[in-house]
Design a protein around this ligand. Structure first.
Ligand code: FUL
Length: 476
């Protein structure tokens, strides 16, 4: 009998018939579907607006006359248009800030737009903004301050919780879909002592708006990052222990970095204002586009979500100088990230789940496809986890972008990049900790024809869904 020799094309033909290896098991905790949707939206625009806008204050006393609220040119479509053009996928409005003034006509207080001259007392900012956001196809979220300096029942626990939940119900039933409910933990010193019934509030939000993520210092869905300058830790886990956090009193370092052994999935949200204050003040100017780019690297680039505040001014519009900065910020991001130099590389991996010749769906080429649902997975039980990139000619870059398929858990603990230099062999050039939804690393310009991305430590087999090499000539 003639001996049959096997060719590589035989292998491919045979492999096409053999069953596919399924995805690896997740490593818990993993995100819920609403958290996944929120995380992939990446950036939201925060809108601080209310009597403070007209009285040059930040923490209104709750005693400002409602007649101060009179934005003569309010145009919610302009706010939403600015957000959309600058690449933001959601707008979040201060429906009520600490001063207690309601931007919608609440039935539980007369301290609202109803008592103001704006639109003859028949206006509703929440309604105008929610409908503008819907028309533009972007998400809508709300901030309802627990601390209320106007409401007389504040300080009487049961009464105020009833009042607060009544207001929350109005907001979550009148204005269509709500993507995020933002609860801050601020409270002035010496304020009346009282308890907030957070568990009841969260249950109510789940009942009325099951797709909305709930933000607070301690989650349940996303956590405050522990500072108001938009900066996540350079190690940043979405893993967290809710039981170790207290709204209004959590260690900022724990919030910044998360918890590598946390049992809950509570990713960080980085809030920061484009201006020094949260509200608009005539004498304040916006940050530069380059400063926003730096914030982008330290929030989005560290597995965070960026919530950038752009406060409308007293005429009811986002100011021209802020729009200018947002446009520039958008252009900077596009010119850095639209081109991925890794796309011209020949890719290989130390191993591939299901075997290279088995027509595996986990091959290294997946790291060049956008999104987290296609990814490279190594074979099980390996000691080496490497992606190798070879270029036809030398490439130059100074930014690395990496993503993990977080639907299967956050895994990578530590990684590095190494380049092959003529005669000198492989040289480690940059290293980092944690990846998560997205990691961006900046470094001095590198020039090389061969490159390895190596995972040094991981909570299980590492999975990589995207690898980008970019050039940033703007950062200082
Ligand atoms: C804090 C508030 O005290 C600030 O005024 C601002 O609204 C910020 C986003 O949250 O808790």
């Amino acid at each position: 009998m003639e001996k049959k020799t096997t060719t590589s094309s035989d292998c491919l033909v045979r492999s096409a018939d053999s069953p596919q290896k399924p995805p690896p098991l997740p490593i818990l905790p993993i995100p819920t579907s609403r958290q996944l949707e929120w995380q992939s939206a990446s950036m939201a625009l925060f809108l601080h607006f209310g009597p403070n806008t007209f009285t040059d204050s930040e923490w209104g006393s709750g005693r400002a006359d409602p007649s101060v609220f009179n934005p003569t040119h309010l145009d919610a479509a302009q706010w939403v248009g600015v957000a959309k053009q600058a690449g933001f996928s959601c707008v979040i409005l201060t429906a009520k800030h600490h001063d207690g003034f309601c931007l919608w006509p609440s039935e539980y207080t007369d301290y609202s737009v109803r008592s103001s001259p704006w639109r003859g007392g028949r206006g509703d900012v929440v309604a105008e903004l929610s409908s503008a956001a819907r028309d533009a196809g972007i998400g809508f979220g709300l901030y309802l301050s627990p601390w209320d300096r106007h409401e007389p029942s504040y300080g009487r626990t049961v009464e105020y919780n009833e009042f607060y939940m009544g207001q929350m119900t109005e907001l979550l039933t009148r204005y269509g879909e709500i993507k995020e409910v933002f609860l801050d933990g601020a409270k002035g010193q010496g304020e009346k002592d009282m308890e907030y019934y957070f568990e009841s509030w969260f249950s109510l939000i789940r009942q009325l708006q099951p797709r909305a993520v709930i933000f607070s210092d301690a989650g349940p869905d996303n956590r405050w990052i522990g500072n108001e300058n938009g900066t996540a830790g350079s190690t940043c886990w979405s893993l967290f222990n809710r039981s170790s956090a207290k709204i209004g009193g959590t260690d900022p370092q724990y919030l910044r970095s998360g918890d590598p052994v946390g049992h809950d999935w509570v990713p960080g949200e980085c809030d920061v204002s484009i201006r020094p204050g949260w509200f608009w003040h005539a004498r304040q100017a916006p940050k530069s586009a380059r400063t926003l780019l730096d914030i982008y690297y330290k929030s989005i680039g560290r597995n965070g979500h960026l919530l950038l505040n752009v406060p409308p001014n007293s005429s009811g519009l986002i100011s021209e100088e802020d729009i200018q900065v947002l446009q520039e910020f958008n252009e900077l991001r596009r010119s850095i990230f639209d081109e991925n130099l890794a796309k011209s590389a020949l890719l290989s991996a130390s191993s591939t789940r299901g075997g290279m010749m088995n027509n595996s769906r986990f091959g290294p080429e997946n790291v060049l496809k956008e999104g987290i649902y296609s990814y490279w997975a190594p074979e099980e039980n390996q000691s080496d986890w490497t992606l190798h990139l070879r270029f036809q000619e030398k490439v130059k870059f100074n930014v690395l972008q990496v993503q993990e398929p977080i639907q299967l858990g956050q895994r990578v603990i530590q990684f590095h990049l190494e380049t092959l230099n003529n005669g000198e062999g492989w040289r480690q050039v940059i290293n980092g900790t944690t990846v998560g939804y997205q990691r961006l690393l900046q470094f001095p310009m590198l020039e090389t024809q061969e490159l390895r991305f190596v995972v040094d430590k991981s909570r299980g087999d590492p999975l990589i869904s995207y690898l980008g090499l970019h050039v940033d000539t703007f950062s200082i």
